[in-house]
Design a protein around this ligand. Structure first.
Ligand SMILES: [Zn+2]
Length: 403
């Protein structure tokens, strides 16, 4: 609209000027070196305008000729850029498809076309990683660290290499660097937690729990379960190191956090018993049984009896039964209680790892077989495959190929 108005305005001015000159052509005399040129002002203005127009065209033509090589270079660079990005894309597609030779070819082409782009470096590194050329991949990923915006990708690639080599300690060092760069990334938090657990850095893992919770990676219930398991493993380690006060402190923290969690209640009752605090041990067991009638709670209860009388309760069946019934009456309707009251032997259940299905009599924070953390669940070990599949695996998700 504005352009059209402007055109109309210009046309009006031009027309007005032409009319004005036609009405009053005037006369112009030029004297130069003995020549005399007589003409009208209108003609002179017209001739001058034509001259200006010609001059502009010639100037443009001259510039185009002078800048021709430069223009060609720019066009070539533009085409190289377009082809480079196309080959970069096909390279990453080949990586995702696991097609090594295609990735290698695309990587070489991209390297020629757009060598200074960090993504080109990433493609080459990924291609080397796919080919199993670890030293080259490592070198290229390390080069990526120099690029401010792509250094995170470099770290991620180096991490994948370390994990492939089974170097957990080295991977943890890199993961902590990644954490400094991107402390809120879910990928960083999840893998950092996994590595800290693998390296048995319980204190650091404890500090990570609230951060994972905040990032939505652990629900409140799961976060409490993780913390309890971490306190319990600290308690176990302190006990092994004969540091009983530290062990008791850690176990108490676990018990206070989840008093109904059977392993926490069992550990706290046993700690009280070891400290000679029989009354509180008894009270702890009774409370735990009310909340969760569990065979292992009953087992600690029977140990209490043995300690009280200084003899093994199992030596005197009648006395043993009476002592067991005292506990059973707290939850008379529960199936475990009914078994005690009716003298039915308890069905054998175990703590079964939800990752590798290893069965253990006692709850352990770290699976003895697969080393996974906090995966034990109380169940019959010969559960059918389908019922096992229905159980949620604990954070089985692990670092995939970095993209
Ligand atoms: Zn396991």
């Amino acid at each position: 609209m504005i352009t059209a108005l402007w055109f109309v305005l210009r046309l009006a001015i031009f027309t007005a000027a032409v009319i004005w000159f036609l009405q009053d052509p005037g006369a112009l005399t030029i004297l130069w070196r003995g020549y005399q040129i007589e003409t009208s002002v209108a003609f002179f203005v017209l001739a001058f305008a034509v001259f200006l127009l010609l001059w502009t065209w010639m100037h443009r033509f001259f510039l185009a000729v002078v800048r021709f090589p430069q223009t060609m270079r720019r066009l070539r660079a533009q085409r190289a850029l377009e082809r480079g990005y196309k080959s970069l894309t096909s390279g990453f597609v080949a990586i995702a498809a696991g097609d090594g030779p295609a990735a290698r070819k695309a990587s070489a082409t991209t390297q020629k076309l757009i060598p200074d782009v960090p993504l080109t470096l990433l493609l080459s590194a990924q291609s080397a990683h796919l080919d199993g050329d670890a030293p080259r991949a490592r070198r290229l990923f390390t080069d990526l660290l120099d690029h401010e915006e792509a250094s995170f990708l470099g770290l991620r690639g180096l991490l994948a290499e370390k994990l492939k080599d089974g170097d957990t300690a080295g991977a943890l060092v890199l993961m902590r660097q990644a954490e400094e760069k991107q402390p809120k990334r879910r990928w960083v938090l999840r893998n950092l937690m996994d590595l800290e657990l693998r390296q048995k850095n319980w204190e650091r893992a404890l500090l990570l729990v609230p951060r994972l919770k905040k990032a939505g990676l652990l629900q409140a219930e799961k976060a409490a379960s993780y913390k309890t398991a971490l306190y319990l493993v600290q308690g176990q380690e302190a006990a092994r190191a004969k540091d009983i006060p530290a062990a008791n402190r850690a176990i108490y923290k676990a018990y206070r956090l989840l008093p109904d969690f059977v392993p926490a209640a069992v550990a706290w009752a046993r700690a009280l018993l070891a400290a000679g605090n029989r009354n509180n041990a008894e009270k702890t067991i009774m409370q735990a049984y009310v909340a969760q009638p569990h065979p292992q709670i009953i087992s600690v209860w029977m140990d209490l009896y043995r300690d009280a009388k200084g003899v093994n309760a199992y030596d005197r069946p009648a006395a043993q039964k009476k002592w067991a019934e005292k506990l059973a009456r707290l939850r008379p309707d529960h199936q475990e209680s009914r078994k005690i009251l009716q003298g039915v032997p308890a069905q054998s259940q175990f703590w079964v790892c939800q990752n590798c299905h290893d069965a253990q009599h006692d709850w352990t924070p770290v699976c003895a077989r697969c080393q996974e953390f906090n995966t034990s669940v109380w169940q019959a070990p010969f559960a059918t495959a389908s019922s096992l599949a229905a159980l949620p695996l604990v954070d089985a998700e692990w670092i995939g190929p970095p993209v």
